[in-house]
Design a protein around this ligand. Sequence first.
Ligand code: ADP
Ligand code: MG
Length: 242
Amino acid sequence: MNSLVKISQLTKVYQTGQVTFEALKGVSLEIAAGDFTAIMGHSGSGKSTLLHLVGGLDRPCAGSVHVNGHGLHTLNETELAKFRRRHIGFIFQFFNLIENLTVQANVELPALLLEKKDKKAIRARALALLERLGIGNQATKHPWELSGGQQQRVAIARALINQPTLLLADEPTGNLDSVSGEEVLNILQQFNTQGQTILMVTHDALAAARAKCVLFIHDGCLVDSLPGGDARQIAQRLAELR
Ligand code: ADP
Ligand code: MG
């Protein structure tokens, strides 16, 4: 089996005071290089939890994540931070840009944290990405001067600057109007066509339909899968999960 990402029996229990909550109950899945996989589920089903564990932002209670042969459980915090910079790009619902940095500086930051050496090459790479995403002319602005759709494109550029093994997207269209959302999905699909492996979580059937494969998560368990393409069929399957 030649999987880029192998997720085995992931369990996550949150503890708040005396209350425990099992957000993931033994989730297993594999992702091959070049896949575009969507995880579809209602609010609270465990989507963000799963994405955080896959990206090494949090650790599971049991089970394992392997990305490109790296077992994340074998890495200490410093190694995990390095792993994230090298291998993972993250896109979030609320963009999570740094407000007091310019667009260009936001995009350059992950590359500077990873290498530092060739600032000129990093600057050129960032600008090329921004231009490719149609916002090269926004490079010197700050995030607050941009529309939501433009901000998400900056976040995509930032996520891709280190050519990550895996791009993770958490409700990337959740805070966008439908036109900007469509543009962001077009961009993700284009990068996937050129080989970028993507794992996206969403509760939006139109977004999930852009993936090649849709997995359904319900109460912390993967319960079904469908091919991408048919948003109505995907919406209908989700509606049955209540
Ligand atoms: P989704 O992204 O699908 O909406 P999440 O993964 O964010 O779901 O959350 C799954 C469940 O775990 C929810 O019931 C949520 O309230 C709970 N949860 C998430 N994060 C925490 C946390 N840090 N502490 C306690 N409970 C949490
Ligand atoms: Mg979420």
